[in-house]
Design a protein around this ligand. Structure first.
Ligand code: TYD
Length: 198
């Protein structure tokens, strides 16, 4: 199965991606854990431009995220799924829909179109959206803010609104989880939500 994690910066989604991968491995499954942007040598170079470059125009930003994603799908995700492994990815195309499509104002539809081209239509089997009040998320993040995090609280709130909208529109695929619960409890809920797939 192909499972992705989404949420604002500092929501705890990366912890959950790791906990799920650990748990599936403990069950004896072959698991590939990866992250976006990055996860491949090309993707890591693109990540550098995206997170530490200067003055990246909105469509350049969307196209670079899509480029890193195209490489990841081609090099890592599709081969892993083809050999029967599970893939757990920390962020995927919903990040672009929320950050570039809505918060940057490029339009969810158009950004989705770009990403469906880049991934040749590969959508996750399930996406977990970890929701926390935006104020709380900002407090949790402890490393140096990147170019996108530096946009500030109004942008973060817009991303949060975007994610809630995405969860409504893609209700079949996207499952909302309460990020204010204890990490182990969230992990338990998430494993339960995947029983129909594995
Ligand atoms: P990430 O490394 O996941 O940051 P964090 O660990 O703090 O969540 O993501 C880096 C930043 O890139 C994050 O602010 C979200 C942003 N982003 C987009 O704007 N669009 C995208 O498509 C992706 C994958 C990430």
């Amino acid at each position: 199965m192909f499972v992705t994690f989404e949420g604002v910066d500092g929501s705890g989604k990366s912890t959950q991606a790791r906990l799920l991968a650990d748990r599936l491995r403990a069950e004896g499954r072959d698991v590939v854990l990866t992250r976006e942007p990055g996860g491949t040598p090309v993707g890591e170079q693109v990540r550098e431009i995206l997170l530490h470059g200067e003055d990246v125009a909105p469509w350049a930003e969307a196209a670079l995220f899509a480029a890193a994603r195209a490489q990841l799908v081609d090099e890592v995700i599709r081969p892993a799924l083809a050999r029967g492994a599970d893939v757990v990815c920390d962020r995927y195309l919903d990040s672009s829909l929320a950050y570039q499509g809505m918060a940057r104002g490029l339009g969810i539809e158009r950004v989705l179109e770009l990403n469906l081209l880049a991934t040749s239509g590969l959508l996750p089997d399930r996406t977990f959206l970890v929701l926390v009040p935006p104020g709380e998320a900002a407090v949790r993040g402890d490393d140096e803010p990147d170019r996108i995090e530096r946009e500030g609280p109004a942008f973060a709130e817009e991303v949060d609104r975007a994610y809630r909208e995405i969860a409504r529109v893609f209700g079949q695929r996207v499952v909302v989880v309460d990020g204010s619960l204890k990490p182990e409890d969230i992990a338990e809920i998430i494993r339960g939500q995947l029983r129909d797939l594995s």
